[in-house]
Design a protein around this ligand. Structure first.
Ligand SMILES: [Zn+2]
Length: 541
């Protein structure tokens, strides 16, 4: 369907992110591009850079981008980009990540990544940028005070006056609805009946709220109530033995046994304290969800450590913290940007959610994503965020392709709801009634782009838990061909090396296929299986 041109095309003035990818497949000096025909911007450029760049560093990468403005559509990169990170991966490649910036103020979500191979040759570039943000004149001096912006943000999301964490904020350029705003991006984080991890964009000139969304990442979005339940498997867990002053010992759910990891801690949401027990045997009914959370956190930590050489969610040993017994009969779990929180379930629809290893892996993967691609939690990029969380959920809890099969309560099972979502057969479960009009009428989770739900932002952040099923199903199809271990390697690489906050399905396909080619070789069976999996769900280049 998509035509390929070699000639550059005039860039769009539309206020959309221009995405592009440059990669290595061709011989020296050749290049190939795909164009987004609606926006007139390059989506994909394949190229082999003939000359060797002396070393992989930011100034080299900027030199390349400056010499290739037409190829990427990115004007004056030395002025418009600022370095964010330089990372070396285990294939020996180096990735230099930039953020587009105006007078040093970052453009929200606009990241560009330049890749070098083992020989320090620059081999590919991808990412997204907002051409208009660099060309229009934006006054980057706020006139509204930070204090006022934070108060406006708190009011907008009905946050409690007293917050556990002070809101974090930064000044950004926020391209939104045909205009580039100078804005305070305020993150307001709170617990309560309606927990929030809100991102509120307050115009730094007018003081008005431009946009807001809640990035609380739930395991799912079904809400029920009343009752409690508990599972009962035997677990081996790491705890800490504390000697008390008056004699006797206490044990706590603190695991500081992993080198380089700050620790794994499991806390009671009712009192905010780390669980303790006077015996090394944790049998009490009330403790069981805590034992599960603690055990599963370690399993997930070990998966990322052993399979991907990643040290915790931030790859820098950050503490892994879980709260259990959250809310009352709460049929949900979430990552709030800082830690995992699990409800006890209502006992009929769900049991305590920490019992699900895949649920724990899902929530912790959100932590990995926040510290890597940082996929924006709305529409397609948000669905990718959810999908990666589901995929790693079933890679860690690897005995099936179902998510949440261990946390369903007796009534749910009786109704045929034996898991939350299925990667092998998404459409066996119905979506919520409110979502049906936005789909193909069948009312089931989609497994192909033909069944995509065109949901507005106020419904599930634009379908983040719904359309995720499409890429979930692609992962299933790929995994069935090449096995779960290789699937994990490919998707992990794409997540940590290539994807950027605004990546959509089509870009993700390219970048995941590129990851397969990096690891297993151009033209390898793994690369072909990956491309085929996306073909089968209707996601093309
Ligand atoms: Zn999630």
């Amino acid at each position: 369907m998509k035509k390929k041109y070699i000639m550059p095309v005039i860039l769009s003035s539309a206020l959309v992110a221009s995405s592009f990818t440059v990669s290595t497949a061709l011989a020296n000096g050749q290049s190939e591009k795909t164009w987004n025909e609606n926006a007139h911007v390059p989506v994909f450029v394949k190229e082999k850079i003939a000359e060797k760049r002396s070393s992989s560093n930011a100034s080299n990468a900027l030199d390349y981008l400056a010499e290739n403005e037409k190829k990427t559509g990115l004007k004056n990169p030395k002025k418009n980009l600022q370095q964010k990170a330089v990372e070396k991966d285990d294939l020996g490649m180096t990735h230099v990540r930039f953020n587009q910036a105006v007078n040093g103020i970052p453009v929200e979500g606009a990241e560009v990544v330049v890749h070098y191979n083992e020989q320090d040759e620059l081999v590919s570039v991808n990412g997204a940028h907002f051409p208009e943000a660099s060309t229009s004149s934006i006054d980057t001096a706020p006139t509204v005070s930070l204090v006022k912006a934070v108060q406006t943000a708190k009011n907008a999301v009905e946050a409690p006056e007293e917050l556990e964490y002070a809101p974090e904020s930064e000044v950004v350029v926020y391209p939104f609805e045909e205009k580039n705003h100078l804005a305070y991006k305020v993150n307001v984080n709170f617990m309560g009946d309606q927990p929030g991890n809100w991102f509120v964009f307050v115009d730094a000139k007018s003081g008005e709220v431009i946009d807001q969304y809640n990035a609380i990442m739930h395991a799912q979005d079904i809400h029920q109530s009343v009752g409690t339940g508990v599972l009962g498997e035997q677990r081996k867990i790491h705890t800490t033995k504390i000697k008390e002053a008056k004699g006797g010992t206490t044990f706590s759910l603190s695991d500081e046994s992993h080198e380089g990891l700050e620790g794994i801690y499991t806390l009671d949401a009712n009192d905010g304290e780390i669980f303790t027990n006077h015996s090394a045997s944790w049998k009490d009914e009330y403790l069981r969800p805590a034992v599960d959370a603690h055990f599963n956190s370690e399993q997930v930590y070990e998966y990322f450590h052993d399979e991907h050489d990643r040290n915790s969610l931030d790859d820098n040993g950050m503490a892994i913290i879980s709260y259990v017994h959250y809310g009352e009969s709460y049929n949900n779990a979430f990552w709030n940007g800082r830690y995992m929180t699990y409800g006890d379930g209502d006992g009929s629809f769900m049991v305590p959610l920490s019992a699900g290893l895949d649920v724990a892996a899902h929530e912790m993967t959100h932590g990995v994503i926040s510290n890597s691609a940082n996929l924006r939690y709305r529409f397609e990029s948000g669905a990718l965020n959810e999908s990666f969380a589901d995929i790693f959920g079933v890679l860690v809890d690897s005995d099936d392709w179902e998510l949440g099969e261990d946390i369903m309560g007796p009534d749910a099972k009786e109704d045929g709801r034996v898991s939350l979502r299925s990667l092998s057969d998404p459409s066996k479960y119905p979506v919520k009634a409110d979502y049906i009009p936005y789909g193909d009428g069948e009312g089931n989770y989609p497994s192909h782009m033909d069944e995509f739900y065109d949901l507005p932002i106020n419904l599930d952040n634009g379908g983040v838990h719904i359309n995720s099923s499409i890429t979930n199903h692609a992962a299933y199809l790929i995994g069935e061909e090449i096995g779960k271990e290789k699937l994990g390697q490919i998707f992990y690489r794409a997540l940590t090396v290539y994807l950027t906050p605004t990546s959509n399905f089509s870009e993700a396909r390219k970048l995941i296929v590129q990851s397969a080619a990096d690891i297993y070789g151009e033209g390898s069976a793994e690369e072909k299986a990956t491309a085929k999996g996306f073909d089968q769900v209707g996601i093309y280049e």
